[in-house]
Design a protein around this ligand. Structure first.
Ligand code: NAP
Ligand code: ZN
Ligand code: ZN
Length: 378
């Protein structure tokens, strides 16, 4: 692919004809990237150098400053969903600064703060894409990493220093908010905001959030902010005080059988963010007539379901995947307006393997975010 003209590095029109090779050489240099990758499902992540695609006219080149660590990164690095393509450079909660833009880019300009989330392309033509639900593209969205893009090239994520992304999948972010704390909004934020809005969380509704991790703590903040009576379920007694501080009206320890029984048939909506095996019946029994349990967690193995519990009274079990481009931008604006960000622990990239282990133990408050400036350190 030939180099696209890149504003911010001089006006491309000046480099027509004989000078074109200069631009191509410059663009090639821009696409060199370094980061951390998993080389197999059982070995620690380590440094990796690779090339990004040559930027095209609609592409934005972003110097990555922060990237959140999502549990999906661990699932994919460890091949828990199958089909992982190594080496994997994980990371889909990306925040940085625009270095350059192609000549047809209108949304952003060099120097702007920008973000990239879980997807970097879709067909743009199917019914879902036309509705701004690119995550449900009928041809399949292109994931930010561990996916094949529409040219068949493997995508690499944000545990790296630079990314080249079509402007459609790049978001503007408010300068008011802390950049590191914004990063997790790009996955944990939108994945919880979207179902809460879709199923009408708000005043007069009782909403439960299961699991107080990266997704869970954002779900809790949003449900509270939207005005719902919000109940946090957790397996971790040590997180009780935090849950109250983050906006829970009630916190229930899921191993407290008496407290759990008291919640029976009382919820309009429960958002289940758990990343591992757990009993669905417990939470389904807490839904009232026409209540919905929305699964956003993606455990490695299938979960069992006794259908009687959804038949009487009429209950629903549903799922939800991230959010589309317009809703992601809406969520980022909502966060700027309501001063909502993620609670983060910022780490250097060299601590990534330790961070994975700590996420698996539930030992993070409540999202690790990598400071990519650390890539330059040995
Ligand atoms: P996380 O930070 O590890 O949080 C998961 C939480 O689940 C833990 O903090 C823990 O909360 C609870 N938990 C863990 N193991 C449990 C068990 N065996 N039984 C009961 N509760 C348990 O993970 P995350 O980044 O929030 O991601 C959560 C899940 O969502 C992952 O499977 C991820 O792949 C998936 N995901 C889905 C989407 C989507 O679009 N649908 C997007 C992003 C992520 P407590 O300590 O409070 O119990
Ligand atoms: Zn994620
Ligand atoms: Zn589509």
């Amino acid at each position: 692919m030939s180099a696209g003209p890149l504003e911010g590095r001089g006006d491309a029109r000046l480099y027509a004809g004989a000078e074109r090779t200069f631009l191509e050489r410059e663009a090639k240099e821009m696409t060199k990237s370094s980061g951390y990758a998993a080389y197999s499902s059982t070995t620690p992540l380590k440094p990796y150098s690779f090339e990004r695609r040559d930027p095209g006219p609609k592409d934005v080149v972003i110097d990555i400053e922060y990237c959140g660590v999502c549990h999906s990164d661990i699932h994919q690095v460890r091949d828990e969903w199958g089909g992982s393509m190594y080496p994997i450079v994980p990371g889909h909660e990306i925040v940085g600064t625009v270095r350059a833009v192609g000549k047809e880019v209108t949304k952003l300009k060099p120097g702007d703060a920008a973000a990239v989330g879980v997807m970097v392309d879709s067909c743009r033509e199917c019914a879902s894409c036309r509705r701004g639900l690119e995550q449900y593209c009928e041809q399949g969205m292109v994931g930010t990493y561990n996916a094949k893009d529409r040219n068949g090239d493997i995508t690499y994520g944000g545990y790296s220093d630079v990314i080249v992304t079509d402007e459609h999948f790049v978001y503007g972010i408010s300068p008011k908010l802390n950049k590191a704390a914004v990063a997790p909004l790009l996955c944990a934020g939108i994945t919880t905001y979207s179902p809460l809005k879709h199923w009408g969380a708000g005043p007069g509704k009782k909403v439960g959030v299961v699991g107080l991790g990266g997704l869970g703590h954002m779900g809790l903040k949003f449900a509270h902010s939207l005005g719902a009576h919000t109940v946090q379920f957790t397996t971790s007694a040590a997180k009780k005080e935090d849950a109250l501080r983050l906006g829970a009206d009630e916190v229930i320890l899921s191993n407290d059988a008496v407290a759990m029984t008291k919640q029976k048939a009382s919820f309009d909506l429960i958002l289940d963010t758990v990343s591992a095996q757990h009993d669905l019946g417990t939470y389904l029994s807490m839904l009232k007539l026409d209540g919905t349990l929305v699964m956003v967690g993606l455990p490695e193995k299938p979960l069992a379901l006794s259908t009687g519990i959804i038949c009487v009274p009429r209950r629903s079990i549903a799922g939800s995947g991230i959010g589309g481009v317009p809703e992601t931008q809406e969520m980022l604006s909502y966060c700027a307006e309501h001063n909502i960000v993620s609670d983060v622990e910022v780490i250097p990239i060299q601590k990534i393997n330790e961070a994975f282990e700590r996420v698996l133990k539930g030992d993070v408050k409540y999202r690790f975010v990598i400071d990519l400036a650390s890539l330059k350190e040995k």
